[in-house]
Design a protein around this ligand. Structure first.
Ligand code: NAD
Ligand code: TYD
Length: 351
């Protein structure tokens, strides 16, 4: 029997990798991609599977309750994997309101629609909410985020994601909605929009433009290859326990400055530049307001319960990522034209 799964935000960075994995791996699932196509959504990310017989795209805004209710009535999904969100911390600092609408109101619209459609029968249904480690706040030099770490979000982005996580858990507790949540560390890989650190740096290095490093570059992030995140989502969607939370991380901490120095070395080699040439582009700029110092994830629960582990070492994943960007110049040039130029000017040149 065919199952219908809604994947929201499927035209974005992580969502497109999840869609590809599910469309190819599960021919018996009908995968419906629900995406508003904001600046971050790009159907080019899905070119290779857009004609697959088990894939459908619906352009819709999750904030629009009427449209969402209609889509639920039309397809009667068995499962929802919810990734649609405003996802960039810097944008949440300049314009927090959009984050409240999409990340909180949009999530509630999906929860209500699922509750209604599954009122008669919740057997084998699942609402899977994709979240971030940023809900836990910021770590000092030691320690890791576990599933029991108290929420302490510090940016409008993470506060909106934390709020949506609480609502998902509340619907599980109050209405017995079958939910599962995961909180993942920073992803990197192909199709990453170049407002985030790694693709922005790749694009700037390629074009010999300054690489902006906030503050002293001492902030630490735990990086995971995006396809490993997609595989974790597959494992959790199918085998995660109802009502549970799973942390997903790469066990791979880098200070921003060390990461960028390593990336510069990789790019020097790929672009046949004199060793050290790209590093000269590093430029320290004003720090992000309220910049979280360190994120690091303990994924023991996911690894022991579901047997997941990251498949790639960071050095290998980063090289694959650089290769992808260099081989996909058209993709990169398309997304950095138009509105991106204004975003970049406002964000970096006014500092
Ligand atoms: P992204 O910004 O690349 O993509 C977001 C997608 O959601 C886009 O396709 C966009 O068009 C769509 N979208 C935005 N608002 C919408 C709306 N109102 N209605 C319908 N669609 C809408 O984001 P991403 O990096 O792929 O992140 C996906 C999810 O994973 C988010 O929920 C994010 O919080 C979470 N996450 C991201 C990371 C990361 O490192 N990128 C890490 C952990 C968790
Ligand atoms: P980012 O990719 O925006 O992810 P997040 O804020 O969700 O962790 O940023 C990763 C780290 O890199 C973060 O510490 C902020 C820093 N950063 C820079 O130093 N320069 C930049 O131009 C950007 C976009 C980020």
């Amino acid at each position: 029997m065919k199952k219908t799964i809604f994947i929201t935000g499927g035209a974005g960075f992580i969502g497109s990798h999840v869609i590809r994995l599910f469309v190819n791996k599960y021919p018996n699932y009908k995968i419906v991609n629900i995406d508003k196509l904001t600046y971050a959504g790009n159907l080019e990310n899905l070119k290779d599977i857009e004609k697959a017989s088990n894939y459908i795209f619906e352009k819709a805004d999750i904030v629009d309750k009427k449209v969402i209710d209609e889509l639920f009535a039309k397809y009667k999904p068995d499962g929802i994997i919810h990734l649609a969100a405003e996802s960039h911390v810097d944008r949440s600092i300049t314009n927090p309101t959009e984050f409240i609408y999409t990340n909180i109101v949009g999530t509630v619209n999906l929860l209500n629609a699922a509750r209604e459609i599954w009122a008669e029968n919740i057997q084998d249904k699942r609402f899977y909410h994709i979240s971030t480690d940023e809900v836990y706040g910021s770590l000092g030099d030691n320690g890791l985020f576990t599933e029991k770490t108290a929420y302490d979000p510090k940016s409008p982005y993470s506060a909106a994601k934390a709020s949506s996580d609480h609502l998902v858990r509340a619907y599980n507790h109050t209405f017995k909605l079958p939910v599962v949540i995961s909180n993942c560390s920073n992803n990197y890989g192909p199709n990453h929009f170049p407002e985030k650190l790694i693709p922005l740096a790749i694009n700037n290095i390629k074009n010999m433009k300054p690489i902006p490093i906030y503050g002293k570059g001492e902030n630490v992030r735990d990086w995971l290859y995006v396809i490993d995140h997609a595989k974790a989502i597959d494992a959790i969607y199918h085998n995660g326990r109802d009502g549970e939370t799973y942390n997903i991380g790469g066990n791979n901490e880098w200070t921003n400055i060390n990461l960028i120095k390593h990336l510069c070395k990789v790019m020097d080699k790929k672009l046949n530049r004199t060793p050290g040439a790209s590093e000269l582009l590093i430029t320290f700029v004003k720090d992000r307001a309220g910049h979280d110092l360190r994120y690091a994830i303990d994924s023991t629960k996911l690894m022991t319960e579901l047997g997941w582990k990251p498949s790639l070492q960071f050095e290998e994943g980063l090289e694959k990522t650089v290769d992808w960007y260099l081989a996909n110049e058209d993709w990169l040039n398309n997304v950095v034209s138009g509105d991106y130029q204004k975003y970049y000017r406002d964000m970096y040149e006014c500092k």
